[in-house]
Ligand binder design. Structure first.
Ligand code: 13P
Ligand code: SF4
Length: 311
């Protein structure tokens, strides 16, 4: 890239030239969020990917999200600025082991968090996101036995909240796992009365201190509507950018890790996407998500069920 290139202007030019839509997750850098055509949580981004009439989707998020876009919009070119943008939850659930787990429990259906590979989606009956999981679970008959993977914390939260017994896959998100209960309690003492909003990927010892638990979009809505003017935010701290834009007079504090600050809770996978790589992905239409058609169709079944049941 020539020195002095105005990346923002070049991305705008290429987006028009390619008839591309830029979809961004709340955990992306503020500059990427600000130039995205749409910023949302995993469910909203999946819906946008399914309904867009653009020729190209530039997905500023992680690989499982871009794969989901490709599964739902196969005729579109889907680029991911950095193909190494993975997810610890996906890594924790290798398809062969998940298949063996399923086969060991033939009387269970598999409900899987969207943070998994296309192969695991293909082995699952229904996909859920953090914003749709409760609604979807409520539609499954009580007597139906369920395997839930790969996030044991989201699964555990759903079990406790809805009183459902589910067999949990032992995966975790390394970002939400890094919050410290001791540091959170110190922060609560410093800000008496400030509510805590937490993502359900957090361990129970963090969720138990939360006044609101929900997806990134849910947490953002809570920030806008909550009484009071200070909120402690127990999820990836880049979402605070949207809160500060929406309600600039309020004070948002990222929940800390063991070192007392929230920098250790920046998602290292999301951070791989940069303005430079986004520009190059639109210029070269690479790196591109490609998928075997049999796998895509199999994975689409469980994603379609999510879209139906969440609507
Ligand atoms: P949501 O945006 O659906 O809440 O998901 C959060 C997340 O961790 C995505 O990787
Ligand atoms: Fe995966 Fe956690 Fe990063 Fe989300 S925040 S992409 S769940 S590692």
């Amino acid at each position: 890239i020539p020195q002095g290139t105005d990346l923002r202007a070049e991305i705008d030019r290429l987006r028009k030239e390619r008839n591309a839509v830029i979809l961004g997750h709340y955990y992306q850098s503020p500059e990427i969020q600000d130039l995205s055509d749409f910023v949302g949580d995993s469910l909203e981004l999946s819906r946008k990917a399914a309904e867009t009439d653009a020729d190209v989707i530039a997905f500023c998020g992680v690989r499982f999200m871009a794969e989901t876009a490709k599964i739902l919009s196969p005729q579109k070119i889907v680029v991911l600025p950095d193909m190494d943008a993975g997810c610890s939850l996906e890594d924790s659930c290798p398809p062969a082991q998940f298949k063996a787990f399923r086969e060991a429990h033939p009387d269970h259906i598999a409900l899987s968090y969207i943070n998994c590979s296309a192969e695991v989606k293909a082995l699952s009956d229904i996909i859920v996101t953090s914003s749709s999981a409760e609604k979807i679970l409520a539609q499954i008959p009580k007597e139906q036995k369920i395997i839930f993977g790969p996030d044991k914390h989201l699964g555990g939260y759903l079990k406790r909240k809805l009183g459902r017994d589910m067999l949990l896959w032992p995966g975790v998100c390394i970002v939400h796992e890094a919050f410290s209960e001791t540091e959170l309690l110190k922060l609560k003492v410093q800000h008496p009365g400030a509510p805590v909003a937490a993502h359900p990927e957090c361990p129970p010892y963090i969720v138990d201190h939360a006044d609101y638990v929900g997806s990134t979009s849910g947490i953002l809505d809570f920030a806008k509507t909550m009484p009071g003017d200070t909120l402690i935010v127990a999820t990836e701290p880049h979402i605070i950018h949207q809160m500060e834009k929406a309600v600039p007079h309020k004070n948002f504090i990222g929940a800390p890790g063991a070192d007392g600050n929230c920098n250790c809770n920046i998602c290292p996978y999301m951070a791989l996407n940069t303005m430079e790589k986004l520009y190059l992905s639109l210029r070269d239409l690479q790196p591109r998500i490609e998928m075997d058609e049999t796998l895509r169709l199999q994975a689409k079944k469980s994603l379609d069920r999510m879209l139906e049941m969440a609507s």
